[in-house]
Every structure is written in C-alpha cells, then in structure tokens.
Design a protein around this ligand. Structure first.
Ligand SMILES: [Zn+2]
Length: 220
C-alpha cells in the first residue's frame, strides 16, 4: 500500500493510536533495546495539559532535536522531556535549564518511536507559533521530533517510521496539514531544517490534505 513504509515481514509493529491517545502496544516499563529492533516506547512527560475545548488536533508539526546537538547516543532527549535531565552532565545543557517542553513523539535514529504525551492532550512543543493566522499551535497540533539536526540527513528508518506514525495519527485525528516548526515559528526556529526531505515524506500524504509548507522557507 505504501512504498518505503514499515510494512512487510519482520519484527516491526505497525503503530496504531488507541482511544486514550497512546500508541497501542507502547509499554512504559519495557526495557530499551535500541540498536536492534525499532520499538514503541512510552515515557510519560508532565509537560502537557488539556487542549482548550478538547479540540481535535488538525496540524502535524515536524521538529528535530538532539542533546547535546549532534549526539545521538544516550537518552538525554527523553530525560529532558521528562524533566529529569542532569544539567551537570554536559556543559551545553545549561542552555536548556528550566525549560519545560515535550513533543508527543520522538523518532530516534534507529526508528524507535518514543511517546511522551497522548495525542488527545496538548504537548508543549511549538511555543510561540502561528498557522493560517491562528496562534498557539500547541492547541491544535501534534508534535513529532526527529532525532537529528538541521544539516545531517535523517535515516531511512526515521522516514519509514514517520510514514507509519503519521498514518496512525491520521487514522485517529482529522489531520489536514503538516508543517515544520520552522514554518510556524519563522525567524525563531529552524527545525527540521534543510536536512528534512519534504518530498520523501509528502508522497505519502492523503490527497485531501493541504500544506502551506514552503519548499523555500525563506519566502514565508
Ligand atoms: Zn522544534
């Protein structure tokens, strides 16, 4: 059904989102086996609250993050989103001291999906932002972080899992647009950056969806 997707034989589980907004099959206590089989992990973050009016999210926001930037080993991003990061463990972490943020999802370099916040709740991922003239995108969006940087190509596993995760989200919520953080917070944010291949991702979009994404973000 989908070229380059995560389907086919093999140990990968196809993600689906349950009524509670968590990925089905995600386990809070499952040990990480990063580097072997891409997994679905649940790591609850306190950095969320209710969506105003319990509104259905209709926007997908793509981000990148790595802590410290460019380092993909260890669990610093997970610790950060859970307010457990040991600031003293790296000098760069002073830059994010006292920040209370989280996306709904993180896709690691090996394709592991980590969920922090149920999709029905408001995760604090976008900050000051605007889409179609409406501010506070957190109110009506779902945030997906790709472990990476603005300049280093994302992995094949990340694209495959992003396709599968986006399909699961669309099956549960009326998503009608996808934006990069850089597009809803221009001048303030640069992620996911030129390293993200929008054409590779968008070929899987439903025909009904519109995106106001610019392939030349500077024109925004
Ligand atoms: Zn971002």
């Amino acid at each position: 059904m989908k070229a380059g997707g995560a389907s086919g034989p093999g140990p990968r589980r196809t993600p689906a989102i349950g009524p509670d907004g968590w990925l089905i099959g995600s386990a809070e206590d499952a040990p990480s086996t990063q580097g072997t089989v891409p997994e679905i992990l649940r790591r609850p973050s306190p950095n969320h609250d209710q969506r105003p009016g319990d509104e259905e999210p209709y926007l997908l926001v793509i981000h990148n993050i790595s802590l410290p930037p460019g380092v993909f080993t260890g669990d610093a991003v997970i610790d950060f989103f859970q307010n457990r990061l040991d600031i003293a463990s790296h000098p760069w972490f002073e830059n994010i001291r006292d920040m209370r943020v989280s996306a709904h999802f993180l896709i690691r370099r090996d394709g592991t999906i980590v969920q922090f916040v149920p999709t029905i709740l408001r995760a604090w991922h976008a900050g000051v932002s605007s889409f179609e003239g409406r501010e506070r995108c957190n109110d009506f969006s779902i945030g997906i972080e790709l472990e990476g940087t603005d300049t280093l190509a994302y992995t094949d596993a990340q694209y495959a899992r992003l396709d599968a995760l986006a399909a699961a989200i669309r099956a549960r919520h009326p998503i009608r647009a996808v934006q990069g953080h850089e597009h809803i917070a221009p001048g303030r944010k640069t992620d996911p950056g030129p390293s993200f291949d929008w054409g590779r991702f968008e070929h899987t979009r439903g025909d009904h969806e519109t995106t106001h994404h610019r392939h030349h973000p500077g024109r925004r």
